[in-house]
Design a protein. Structure first.
Length: 74
């Protein structure tokens, strides 16, 4: 499981807060990075507990970058 500050913060969110965070991530006003949207679309599937064996850096990376592209724009 991924242990990071981001995951620790996301675990504190209620369902409503996760929903509002999702809206913010998809808002072009607050976010212009398609990589962030892809990343969020992968990890939000593990909400609200964010406690899964599949929640590993390598697994997330492969889902965000299926062709093995490097991280750019972050």
């Amino acid at each position: 499981m991924l242990n990071s500050s981001l995951i620790e913060v996301l675990r504190t969110f209620s369902k409503n807060e996760i929903s509002r965070f999702d809206e913010m991530i998809h808002s072009p006003y607050f976010n212009k990075s398609s990589t962030v949207i892809k990343f969020w679309s992968v990890i939000k599937n593990y909400s609200p507990d964010f406690d899964s064996e599949e929640l590993k850096r390598e697994t997330i990376y492969k889902k965000v970058f299926p062709k093995g592209n490097s991280i750019t724009g972050l």
